[in-house]
Design a protein around this ligand. Sequence first.
Ligand code: CA
Length: 222
Amino acid sequence: MRLLLVEDHVPLADELMSALSRQGYAVDWLADGRDAQYQGLSEPYDLIVLDLGLPGLPGLEVLAYWRSQGMSTPVLILTARGSWSERIEGLKAGADDYLTKPFHPEELQLRIQALLRRARGLANQPKLEAAGLHLDENRQSVSRDGTEIQLTSAEFRLLRYFMLHPQQILSKSHLSEHLYDGENERDSNVIEVHVNHLRRKLGRSVIETRRGQGYLYGGAGA
Ligand code: CA
């Protein structure tokens, strides 16, 4: 899953960038409201974490603009402590959730997981479940019938994306846009390699190939 982090306080942004990368998210970071207003609409983010006090353009205006353009990406806002009016204005402007600074990085992690599942119409259960597999996002492992199967970080990222989009045809270019940040060289052959590794670990039928279209997780054969 690919995230945009908009935060002008560099030490906090650094801390969140490394925490989110450890959790298997591809993250782009911006510090300026105007840049965010543009990039939030031009890149296919799965979720946006938006600070409200920003140089360039206030976060509230950025959010209101995104929503006026029909952008439906989940947005979690970061608000100042004690500022109930910011929280209310943020929710009115179309925020899906908020966190008040200071917060524990784990709280952000859990809220992001919940928002991403909610956006896919999946309940926020302790483990993500699709096609007989249970994914533990905190341990970054998968299990079937109680047997745990170890995954590399790249396999975990890919499998999480598939499990959040079951029964959906996903092209290699779509997958690489959602699994790598804007700084990364995107090579869709890498996706093929990781798909093959996942099939070896989880069984061939879990991920089907649709010729000329892409991959499908949890199809009839799974
Ligand atoms: Ca700020």
